[in-house]
Design a protein around this ligand. Structure first.
Ligand code: HEC
Length: 114
């Protein structure tokens, strides 16, 4: 009986600490949504619409809330780590640190419109 209880308790602990963001690049630290938003506002907002509404300042740059229509936004993790290079001269190469990627993607998930 003691063993069963112990196993149960361990199971509950694991469930309680399980993160809702499975693809964490930054060592398991929970993402900071505010930091993610700040990153987008400081590094991306002069071209992309980064909020829940509004148009992109640069017409060719897709609104961030629509990125998830094309692919799951977590697919961007690799591109962000390597420095995004899209086939467009207006899009600068920007590299994020692992923590920045977690924060940014967590925030990006939250603002997606389906
Ligand atoms: C100087 C303007 C500019 C800045 C700053 C900028 N982008 Fe872009 N971005 C663009 C343009 C223009 C496109 C469209 C490129 C194309 O379709 O050829 C684009 C495309 C993209 C795409 C591809 C979308 C798709 O559907 O293919 C992603 C993802 C993206 N940007 C992310 C970001 C992120 C993240 C940042 C900030 C770290 C950022 N961009 C900063 C101009 C910019």
């Amino acid at each position: 009986m003691k063993i069963i209880l112990g196993t149960l308790f361990a199971g509950i602990l694991v469930a309680a600490t399980a993160t809702p963001f499975p693809a964490l690049a930054g060592g398991g630290v929970p993402p900071d949504l505010e930091a993610g938003q700040t990153l987008a506002e400081s590094r991306c907002a002069h071209c992309h619409a980064v909020g829940r509404d509004g148009k992109s300042p640069v017409a060719a740059a897709p609104a961030f809330r629509h990125l998830g229509r094309k692919w799951p936004v977590e697919n961007l993790a690799e591109a962000l780590a390597e420095g995004i290079v899209v086939g467009h001269p207006a899009m600068p190469a920007i590299a994020f640190s692992p923590t920045e990627i977690d924060d940014f993607l967590a925030w990006l998930q939250v603002i997606q419109e389906q």
